[in-house]
Design a protein around this ligand. Structure first.
Ligand SMILES: C[S@@+](CC[C@H](N)C(=O)[O-])C[C@H]1O[C@@H](n2cnc3c(N)ncnc32)[C@H](O)[C@@H]1O
Length: 334
């Protein structure tokens, strides 16, 4: 059985996907996951037999979608690590990735990363994206707190295994493993995650641009980066995009003052293009559920579903409880 692999995506819905799928207002058809992130929902939708359109502004997420959502059958052989590459290209990449040196990783690690990217350039189609997804996962796994915006002095401290053990009773040796060893550990899981589903398509654009590209879908699923939460996805993963010259400008959903306005504009643009909109929210974040419901009600009938949800507080061991919400909007016919 295919299984969603370890992606380590901040704010992912991995633990909630069964509930989200159960609450989908149609049981078949085309679903656009417009803020797809680590693709946990896209993947569950594909498994449930929907035709999925997966979109995110980050290239770091696009490579996952290409590998696991659009890809129906291509796996990556272990021999990929023996593939020939040109040393001159590795040198070029090393110079290009200099911004990562003594900032996210040690210089010799940037060299290793350059070699792996040089190999990825020798691959085509889905195989290339499988490789790039594994590189992404390895990069994240090597970073304390699994994100790219931790200051270098703190990274170095947390990667000191003795310090980590003294302070947190955990050595976290995986931060000091090579990229390749992480990729080798995960290659089977990524290969096993590949399965044939209905036709799926993948995009890497701003949500507004995405809406312009579609004519008609059955459901648009929205899991935007809400204000007042861990939401700085550009900072969490954007350096990966920078490595591949894929950084893009986009509408910002993380500001309290403009969040509702932006979502409202997005929904207005979707009028006539979808029968349903399903919006995820959590009671920990703003705006208040009532405000969201009122805004959505202008466009049709809204039902709100609730589920108790325990979440981990980053960097700590305690768990807190909150309610996970799904707003299901049945769009009024135009
Ligand atoms: C809460 S996360 C989605 C998590 C996802 N549901 C999962 O399970 O992994 C929100 C996503 O919105 C993306 N995003 C932010 N602004 C965007 C924009 N203007 N257009 C498209 N995607 C955007 C971020 O890159 C991030 O991946």
């Amino acid at each position: 059985m295919a299984k969603y692999p370890k992606v380590n995506y901040i704010g992912n819905k991995e633990k909630l996907v069964n509930w989200i799928i159960d609450e989908m207002p149609v049981k078949e058809g085309v679903v656009l996951d417009i803020f797809a992130g680590g693709c946990s929902v896209s993947y569950a939708l594909k498994e449930a037999g929907y035709s999925v359109i997966s979109n995110d502004i980050l290239y770091a997420d696009y490579v996952i979608a290409k590998a696991l959502i659009e890809n129906n059958n291509k796996t990556l052989p272990l021999s990929v690590f023996n593939k020939k590459y040109e040393n001159t290209r590795v040198k070029e990449l090393e110079a290009k990735f200099a911004f990562l040196s003594d900032s996210l990783y040690y210089p010799e690690e940037v060299k290793e990363l350059s070699k792996l990217v040089a190999i990825s350039e020798k691959l085509n189609g889905a195989e290339k994206y499988m490789m790039l997804s594994l590189i992404r996962r390895a990069m994240i796994r090597k970073l304390p707190y699994s994100r790219m915006n931790v200051p270098w002095d703190q990274i170095q401290k947390l990667r000191d295994e003795d310090y980590s053990y003294k302070k947190y009773k955990r050595k976290r040796a995986y931060h000091n493993q090579t990229f390749e060893s992480h990729m080798r550990e995960n290659i089977d899981a990524y290969n096993n995650a590949v399965f044939e589903g209905k036709q799926c398509k993948v995009y890497n654009c701003d949500a507004f641009e995405m809406v312009k590209k579609i004519e008609s879908v059955d459901v648009v699923y929205m899991d935007p980066p809400y204000p007042s939460t861990m939401n700085n996805y550009d900072a969490f993963y954007g350096l990966y995009d920078k490595m591949f010259d894929k950084k893009k400008e986009h509408v910002d959903y993380t500001k309290k003052v403009s969040f509702l306005e932006n979502i409202e504009r997005l929904i207005k643009m979707l009028t006539g293009k979808t029968k349903y909109i399903v919006l995820s929210q959590n009671t920990r974040v703003k705006p208040e559920p009532n405000e969201i419901k009122m805004m959505l009600s202008q466009f049709g009938k809204v039902i709100v579903k609730e589920k108790e949800h325990n979440y981990q507080v980053t960097g700590k061991d305690n768990k807190k409880s909150s309610k996970e919400l799904l707003f299901i909007l049945e769009m009024e016919e135009k």
